[in-house]
Design a binder for this molecule. Sequence first.
Ligand SMILES: C[S@@+](CC[C@H](N)C(=O)[O-])C[C@H]1O[C@@H](n2cnc3c(N)ncnc32)[C@H](O)[C@@H]1O
Length: 256
Amino acid sequence: MTDKPSSLSDSASLSSTDDIYANSAGEQLSGQFTFDSAVARVFPDMIKRSVPGYAETVAMSGVIAGEYARDNTNLYDLGCSLGAVTLAMRHGVKAKNCKILGVDNSTAMIEQAGHYLALDEGGVDVELSCADITKLNIENASVVALNYVLQFISKEQRLNLLSNIAQGLNTGGALILSEKICFSDDEQALQDKLHLDFKRANGYSELEIAQKRSAIENVLVPETEADHMARLKEAGFSRVIRWYQCFNFVSYLAIK
Ligand SMILES: C[S@@+](CC[C@H](N)C(=O)[O-])C[C@H]1O[C@@H](n2cnc3c(N)ncnc32)[C@H](O)[C@@H]1O
């Protein structure tokens, strides 16, 4: 038995409650949402209370990594934030001599991720770096996770990023892509309502919900499932399945 935490949820004391939008004069309210130090500080609480199915997606990313990781290859966690998926993959990998690269362009996130990594006792090599994933060289990869990140990349850059990932994956390698999606029909209103109910059930006030929505508008730009499927095929993936959905948040497994 170890008394050191092996996942971000075990290390809750490192993070605080998300109250960024609780007051009308909050620090972030003057501008658009960014992944700065204020967000990094509360991120585990924020994402758990805002993204339905987040914990399952993180845990199953570890399971999927266990299935697809191959000996002597790299695994990437792109837009890793505090490294929840990095650590889940670290504990899921059964293959030998793998390396996991966690990459994020927020210095606050990478700095915090380093603290969580230091508390973890997994045996797989992990390297965290602060870099732009749209300019990254991806090579010899068996697994790439891109969880809730593509939605923050400009639409013009999305195909290039996915093509670059496909190019860096070995044949048979896997991309785990998790996203908030939108709908082209009247399902949108129903899904919006359920997502709102989820946030209310997790203790967010109407003020917090409204202020966050206005800060994140045009920053998080969701697309339809049809858009994702078509782009993944165009990028070079031969098979794509939706392995998980919780309201308007989905996770795909794309195989090269
Ligand atoms: C919603 S969070 C991702 C959550 C994380 N993947 C997880 O599962 O816990 C989005 C992250 O993507 C990062 N990000 C956005 N654009 C990026 C870019 N161009 N390069 C690297 N990281 C980026 C942000 O800094 C942020 O930490």
